[in-house]
Design a protein around this ligand. Structure first.
Ligand SMILES: *[C@@H]1O[C@H](CO)[C@@H](O)[C@H](O)[C@H]1NC(C)=O
Ligand SMILES: *[C@@H]1O[C@H](CO)[C@@H](O)[C@H](O)[C@H]1NC(C)=O
Ligand SMILES: *[C@@H]1O[C@H](CO)[C@@H](O)[C@H](O)[C@H]1NC(C)=O
Ligand SMILES: *[C@@H]1O[C@H](CO)[C@@H](O)[C@H](O)[C@H]1NC(C)=O
Ligand SMILES: *[C@@H]1O[C@H](CO)[C@@H](O)[C@H](O)[C@H]1NC(C)=O
Ligand SMILES: *[C@@H]1O[C@H](CO)[C@@H](O)[C@H](O)[C@H]1NC(C)=O
Ligand SMILES: [Zn+2]
Length: 510
């Protein structure tokens, strides 16, 4: 609510400035020395990078903004600035402050424009694979259970666990979703969340649903947080939070209650299960060894719609996760997914996507406060982009969700700076592009216009950015295959296969 008021204020200011015939930017920017001295400060900082951080990374953190292409990052930066009353363009995201970056090529083995399951397999297992497949190499065929066996690839999550580190996975989607599940699962079909989602043939063939794999593949994952309760409970079990909403009943056919099984197994080991905010807030991380937090039957709420009394934010979850994981003297690996950026874009609802991107960036900042660049390698990236863009020669400080200053020189109607290449925002009125003069395009649920009608927008095929800081972050440079990333992280932490460089500098920190 507050943010909406602030945005309206910004619009009024901008309109006022436009009426006066001047563009609204800080006076100091007229002085060339403003830019010259800023560049010199940046240069001084850059020069310190000549001393490479070659420490062994005790901790590894990977943030995946699902669908967070570069255009999304730029728009989220402007939004973040505008939410605190600035024009926005000059704002720095937390990820903008990372010293190293690279571009990552996001195609999957069988498709040019990447998809989350295969992308997560590249980012976590270091192997590119086919669309829809998780934790299996590209010899596996989607939906064909009988192509799983022998094609499994393990994830850096497992390499870290095997090396004695604690591991955690935190997401705003269901914990069984395509991205988070690449830490622990192997499946020819990303949507096989529970056994009831699987064909009889796959069950007979010995394939196991993703929810069961969460508890069975990697013993004792220290931190698991997200949504997805539905897949953990037997059919006809009402959901604990929405007992009257039958569509949220449990979905398992095998009659198992995976949550209760976990609780029984972990209760003497410092294990805690929580499903709401008050339970979450009552946790004392120094006394929690294992945490299972499932806050919704399916995905968590979009940040802009979140009931803050009922559900933790991504930042709050990351804070809790790190405080639990960092108790291990051997360090930890943490995967964080800002998962609903993608879902907002799929609906052409840019506000949902961008507010979630800002929230993920906030969680990057929180992680930075709780860890040190000295011993923690932190990487922020996306699995793929979206056909999201903004343009239109908007003035400095223009509301990121606002209109371009000029009308179309063809149909003479206004247009928002944000638009999509395709998706459900396509709309004709009397056979013509809608005139949005009387539409509330600042409504959080407004769908930006798209050029091609689709029920759901598609991903975008261009490279995504990789931001890195901490030990050996400089190895993430240039334009690389997405599958390169986990090998850098493993190398920096002296886990996985390539550890010959570690023997003479065992944890000494140089
Ligand atoms: C594997 O399963 C598919 C159906 O999913 C079937 O068409 C194929 O014949 C099976 N292959 C083998 C070798 O059993
Ligand atoms: C949900 O569970 C309740 C309680 O067991 C049951 O009466 C109802 O039929 C279930 N509804 C659906 C859609 O599964
Ligand atoms: C949170 O969960 C606890 C434990 O199940 C329950 O006692 C409490 O009423 C719940 N709080 C809310 C607000 O639902
Ligand atoms: C668009 O709508 C506004 C407000 O109703 C109107 O003034 C304008 O003429 C319309 N533009 C076109 C091209 O129809
Ligand atoms: C690690 O090495 C073993 C033994 O050579 C090999 O089987 C395995 O595939 C390697 N794993 C990775 C992730 O490179
Ligand atoms: C390095 O650490 C490993 C595992 O803790 C240990 O087995 C090995 O002996 C150590 N090597 C050196 C050179 O200290
Ligand atoms: Zn998607």
């Amino acid at each position: 609510m507050k943010s909406k008021v602030q945005m309206l204020l910004i619009i009024c200011c901008c309109l006022f400035a436009a009426c006066l015939g001047r563009v609204n930017f800080p006076e100091e920017e007229k002085d060339p020395n403003f830019w010259r001295s800023m560049a010199q400060r940046t240069l001084q900082k850059a020069l310190t990078l000549q001393q490479l951080n070659q420490n062994i990374a005790k901790n590894l953190i990977l943030f995946i903004g699902d669908g967070m292409g570069v255009s999304t990052v730029t728009a989220a930066r402007i939004l973040k600035g505008q939410l605190s009353g600035h024009s926005g363009e000059e704002t720095q995201l937390e990820m903008d402050k990372f010293p190293y970056m690279s571009l990552s090529k996001t195609y999957n083995t069988d498709i040019q424009v990447g998809e989350s399951a295969a992308a997560a397999t590249a980012l976590l297992c270091g192997v590119k694979t086919n669309r829809g497949i998780v934790g299996l190499n590209a010899a596996a065929i989607r939906y064909q259970c009988n192509t799983s066996q022998g094609n499994e690839v393990t994830s850096i999550f497992k390499w870290a666990k095997d090396a004695g580190k604690s591991v955690g996975v935190v997401t705003t989607t269901r914990i069984t979703g395509a991205t988070p599940c690449a830490t622990y699962a192997h499946t020819v079909e990303r949507h096989w969340y529970a056994d009831s989602d699987m064909p009889e043939e796959a069950l007979k063939g010995g394939c196991i649903d993703v929810a069961r794999q969460l508890f069975e593949n990697i013993p004792n994952i220290e931190v698991m947080m997200g949504g997805g309760r539905m897949y953990m409970y037997p059919k006809n079990t009402p959901d604990v939070e929405y007992p009257d909403m039958e569509q949220h009943n449990g979905t398992r056919n095998d009659g198992r209650n995976l949550i209760q099984e976990w609780v029984d197994k972990m209760k003497d080991k410092g294990g805690h299960y929580v499903w709401n905010k008050s339970q979450f807030l009552s946790l004392n991380p120094s006394r929690v060894n294992y945490l299972l937090g499932l806050f919704e039957p399916l995905d968590l709420m979009y940040e802009i719609e979140r009931d803050t009394d009922n559900e933790p934010s991504l930042t709050e979850m990351v804070d809790m996760a790190i405080k639990i994981l960092r108790k291990n003297p051997n360090g930890f690996y943490l995967l964080v997914e800002g998962g609903r950026i993608d879902q907002g874009h799929h609906r052409n609802k840019a506000q949902l996507a961008l507010h979630d991107a800002v929230e993920m960036d906030r969680s990057v900042g929180r992680a930075g406060l709780l860890t040190s660049e000295f011993d923690t390698l932190t990487v922020v990236t996306a699995d793929h982009s979206h056909v999201f863009n903004f343009g239109g020669y908007t003035y400095r400080g223009n509301d990121i969700f606002g209109l371009a200053p000029d009308l179309s020189d063809v149909d003479h109607k206004p247009f928002t700076a944000i638009s999509y290449g395709n998706g459900p925002g396509y709309k004709l009125v009397n056979g013509e592009r809608e005139n949005i003069s009387t539409v509330n395009y600042l409504d959080p649920n407004y769908r930006a216009q798209s050029a091609v009608p689709l029920k759901s927008d598609t991903h975008g095929g261009e490279d995504v950015a990789v931001y890195a800081k901490g030990p050996l972050a400089h190895l993430l440079h240039g334009v690389q295959e997405q599958s390169y990333l986990p090998y850098v992280m493993a190398y920096a932490a002296c886990i996985g296969n390539n550890t010959a460089h570690c023997s003479d500098r065992n944890g000494t920190g140089v």
